[in-house]
Design a protein around this ligand. Structure first.
Ligand SMILES: NC(=O)c1ccc[n+]([C@@H]2O[C@H](COP(=O)([O-])OP(=O)(O)OC[C@H]3O[C@@H](n4cnc5c(N)ncnc54)[C@H](OP(=O)(O)O)[C@@H]3O)[C@@H](O)[C@H]2O)c1
Length: 278
């Protein structure tokens, strides 16, 4: 018997997929972290345009309110609200315990292809043995990938319906080079980064495509890693990457999860089996 063709296969090769392919999202509740700017904002706006109820999870009341007003202007009739969440503060993270109440829960974690250049150092996760911004950034992006894949393994082991996806957006115009700590680096840095953003980085909606794809393609398998299909995965249309070493490295992902549980005191209710070392 020929197995039924999964719906995501219709979007393959994914150059046939555009945000116009996104099915209606009404009835879905979507929480977008970092939704006040960049990729998060566009992801929230596009999902709201298609009928999802969108929660903009932002750490700043002021920036969040501005984003909500902008979203309501750009997506009239959108069902959107603002909630304050600082991801560096676990108390505020714990105020979102409702994921598993959904009939089809999905988590999309935004990594980066920069993760491929990380030398992952389990002994220096907090940069306590020296802080090098780029090194720390790409290490955190590798950790995103380990987190997303280990979450899927644990969900599977617990028999949960939850699907966990990771994405890389490619080079995307946003506040990533100019916001946060970078905003205090002086005018010359700011001007250089703005020039770089304009010349080499793509418009933000392009970078939001992999997130939108991972969040909405109906039968996309849990554990997928979605990247742009262009040169070095810096630009292009969303495709699945299965041959990614970090995606297959269950051992490091397992150890990172255990360490994260110790550091945060947050325990997953069902421990995964240790990966086999065959
Ligand atoms: N742009 C690229 O080329 C690129 C490439 C690869 C990967 N990425 C990834 O894409 C994701 C989105 O970044 P972006 O490019 O859209 O940059 P962005 O415009 O700087 O957006 C980052 C968002 O994250 C929020 N945020 C930062 N720390 C937070 C915290 N502790 N709690 C809650 N929210 C927090 C920021 O809020 P504030 O405004 O309050 O700071 C902002 O809304 C990031 O994970 C980034 O690593 C981006």
């Amino acid at each position: 018997m020929t197995p039924a063709t999964p719906a995501y296969a219709h979007a393959w090769p994914s150059d046939r997929w555009t945000p116009d392919s996104i099915p209606g999202q009404s009835g879905r509740l979507v929480v977008v972290t970092g939704a006040n700017s960049g990729i998060g904002y566009v992801t929230a706006r596009e999902l709201a345009r298609r009928g999802a109820h969108v929660v903009l999870a932002c750490r700043s009341q002021e920036r969040g309110r501005e984003a909500l007003e902008r979203l309501r202007a750009e997506a009239p009739g959108a069902r959107a609200e603002l909630r304050l969440v600082d991801l560096a503060d676990l108390t505020s993270v714990r105020r979102l315990p409702h994921l598993l109440a959904s009939p089809d829960p999905r988590v999309v974690t935004v990594s980066s292809e920069g993760q491929r250049f990380a030398r992952f150092d389990m002994g220096n996760l907090d940069a306590e043995r020296g802080y090098r911004p780029l090194f720390t950034y790409i290490q955190s992006k590798r950790a995103n990938l380990y987190f997303a894949t280990e979450l899927q393994r644990r969900a599977d082991a617990a028999g949960l319906r939850l699907r966990s996806m990771a994405v890389a957006p490619g080079l995307t115009r946003s506040n990533v080079l100019t916001g946060g700590a970078n905003s205090t680096r002086g005018r010359a840095y700011g001007a250089l980064m703005r020039l770089l953003l304009r010349s080499a980085f793509r418009p933000t909606p392009e970078g939001a495509k992999t997130s939108l794809y991972a969040a909405t393609v109906p039968d996309l398998p849990g554990g997928s890693y979605v990247v742009p299909d262009g040169p070095f995965q810096l630009r292009g249309e969303p495709v699945l990457r299965s041959r990614e070493r970090a995606v297959q490295d269950a051992d490091t992902a397992h150890r990172l999860w255990a360490l994260s549980e110790r550091l945060t005191g947050v325990l997953h209710p069902v421990p995964a089996q240790a990966p086999s070392r065959d």
